[in-house]
Structure formats: structure tokens, C-alpha cells
Design a protein around this ligand. Structure first.
Ligand SMILES: Nc1ncnc2c1ncn2[C@@H]1O[C@H](COP(=O)(O)OP(=O)(O)O)[C@@H](O)[C@H]1O
Ligand SMILES: [Mg+2]
Length: 309
């Protein structure tokens, strides 16, 4: 009889096979704009008519809900309690974050590695993601349990989007994210240089607050595609704090145009791959397996289990 882990793996494959592109957003450092890139990329893709899911795996600092203006929402469950229903702050958008499970936003989350991996797997296996064009996965800084859980669990990962500022310390750390992605066999779609410059509100001049071209240079050195430079924008941080959709509110800003361009590039340069699931289950039958799913690989070509025939 299949064990719970095998069944969870099967559920993950089923759920993920309905999602065309699965992308993790990573960086070596905190505060460089991973969540900002995730949210604005999601909003850019929504503007283009795609169905998007966002999974916040930054378990210790979950900001995604706030940035989508749905802080305080709670995850639901379907009628028989077998699936988690994601929060949908706007049509075509599904959001899941551990913050939806917190009763108090100030609550500190004390999770050790195995617990983090287990909660991420549960979000992949048991959330009703449905049919999506994109699943964007926001991650904490670095190359730890969360990134490993995502990259090793999701079948047919489309790739990673790496974020850095032009600053030397951020660029140094981001090299590790690039190596990590390569070691795990996850394609690097490209690198976003965030906070590349500030546009002077008076004269329009570009002021390189965190240095110049750090992201571009690491792309050349490590043979990574440069997805684009996103400037620092006055008002973006406040809009994010208030859950305002920056791209819709400021469509002519340089950053909104950069995010729209990055979304176009990603859509044009990534492929949809759905590898059929090769079952590891030794056996499964309705009498022994209460959680048997519609696509159970132990069902014969007739679509029923041997002991049902
Ligand atoms: N391009 C930008 N212009 C202005 N503020 C930004 C920009 N990118 C990020 N921020 C702000 O910087 C802070 C850190 O960004 P965040 O996306 O939370 O980083 P991370 O997820 O990497 O920790 C946030 O307050 C965010 O609003
Ligand atoms: Mg973040």
C-alpha cells in the first residue's frame, strides 16, 4: 500500500501538471526586491491576460499578502476538507502564504528546516491551484531549505529569476544563487537588476545610488541573460505597503515598463513542459487507499483499479 509520502508526491504531480510555467524568484540577499519582483511580475502577467498563482515561501518574513492588499485574508478549504482554497485578491490571481494561517501578524514563526519543507510540500500538494499559466514562487534570501524544497519537489520547473541590486555585496551573494540553480538543474531564465538607479524627480537624471551595472556585469561573467534594470521609484514602497497595484497605478513609470518587458521576455523564451508522471507507487486500490486520486497511476488503461474490474 502506498505511504503518505508517495501519495503526496502523486498529488503534487497532479496539481503541478495543470500549471504551465513554474518559476522561483531568488536572491542571495534580503531587501533587494525579490517580493517586489514577484508581485510586479505577477501583476504584469495578469495585465497580459494570464492566470497566475503566487506562492510565498518566505516563511519567516511573508510580505506577499500585504503587497497584494490581502493581508488578514484566510485560506479556505473545499467541501470535503481535502484541499486548501487559495486567497484570490483579484480575478485570475491565486495567492498562498503562510501569513494567511497566522492569527496575529506579529506572530514569530519558529520553524526548523524539516517543518519548512513539509509546509511547502503541503502548499504544493493540497492547494487547489487549478489551471494556471504561471506559478511564481517568492523565496527568502539565500539558498536554503525553502529553495531546495521548491526546486527538488516541483516537477518540470521552468526556471529561476535571480534578483540583485547593483551593489557589490548583493552581486557577490547572487553568484551563489546562480551556482545553486545550476547545481539543481533549474534553468536560469535571467537576472533582474533592481534599484538600478533613481530617476531624479526634478531633472530626470539617473542617479546610481547602489553603484552601476553590478547586475549586468555578473550576467556577462557567468553567462546569464540580463532581464532588465528596474529603477528605484519614489512611491513604489508606499504603494506596496498599501497593497496598490503599481503597474496599473503607474503604467508609464520606467519600472512598470521594465516589468512588462520582463514578462514578455519570459513568456516568449520559456517552454511549457509536462513530463508524464512515472509512478513509484507499488500498489494502490480503492479498498486500501482512501486518498486515491483521479489520475492514480495504478489504474489500468480502462481507468479503474484492478480490484474494481
Ligand atoms: N524598485 C524599487 N523602487 C523602490 N522601492 C523598492 C524597489 N524595489 C524594492 N523596493 C522596496 O525595498 C524594500 C525591500 O523590497 P522587497 O521586495 O521586500 O525585498 P526582498 O523580498 O528581497 O526582501 C521594500 O520596502 C520595497 O517596497
Ligand atoms: Mg521578500
Amino acid at each position: 500500500m502506498p505511504d503518505e509520502m508517495e501519495l503526496q508526491e502523486l498529488r503534487i504531480h497532479e496539481r503541478m501538471s495543470k500549471i504551465d510555467r513554474k518559476i522561483i524568484v531568488m536572491s542571495g540577499k534580503g531587501g533587494v526586491g525579490k517580493s517586489t519582483v514577484t508581485v510586479n511580475l505577477a501583476n504584469a502577467l495578469l495585465e497580459k491576460g494570464f492566470k497566475v498563482g503566487v506562492l510565498d515561501t518566505d516563511i519567516h518574513g511573508p510580505n506577499i499578502a500585504k503587497m497584494f492588499g490581502c493581508e488578514g485574508a484566510i485560506l479556505g478549504s473545499n467541501e470535503d476538507g481535502s484541499s486548501i482554497v487559495p486567497v484570490s485578491p483579484m480575478p485570475n490571481l491565486k495567492v498562498v502564504s503562510l501569513s494567511f494561517a497566522l492569527t496575529n501578524p506579529d506572530q514569530a514563526i519558529i520553524f526548523r528546516g524539516p517543518m519548512k519543507i513539509s509546509v511547502i510540500k503541503q502548499f504544493l500538494a493540497d492547494v487547489e491551484w487549478g489551471t494556471l499559466d504561471y506559478l511564481l514562487i517568492d523565496s527568502p534570501p539565500g539558498t536554503g531549505d525553502e529553495q531546495l524544497a521548491v526546486c527538488q519537489t516541483i516537477p518540470d520547473m521552468t526556471g529561476s529569476v535571480i534578483v540583485t541590486t547593483p551593489q557589490k555585496v548583493s552581486v557577490l551573494d547572487v553568484r551563489r544563487s546562480i551556482t545553486f540553480s545550476r547545481q539543481l538543474g533549474v534553468d536560469i531564465i535571467g537576472l533582474v537588476e533592481n534599484m538600478s538607479y533613481l530617476v531624479c524627480p526634478d531633472c530626470g537624471k539617473h542617479i546610481p545610488i547602489f553603484g552601476k551595472d553590478g547586475g549586468k556585469n555578473v550576467c556577462e561573467e557567468m553567462d546569464v541573460h540580463f532581464l532588465g534594470a528596474v529603477p528605484m521609484e519614489l512611491g513604489l514602497q508606499q504603494d506596496e505597503d498599501e497593497g496598490v497595484n503599481w503597474i496599473v497605478a503607474n503604467p508609464n513609470s520606467e519600472s512598470a515598463k521594465a516589468f512588462m518587458g520582463i514578462a514578455d521576455y519570459i513568456h516568449a523564451n520559456t517552454k511549457v513542459v509536462h513530463t508524464p508522471y512515472v509512478p513509484k507507487l507499488s500498489s494502490c486500490s480503492p479498498s486500501s487507499c482512501a486518498s486515491c486520486t483521479a489520475n492514480c497511476p495504478s489504474k489500468g488503461s480502462s481507468g479503474v483499479h484492478e480490484d474494481e474490474e
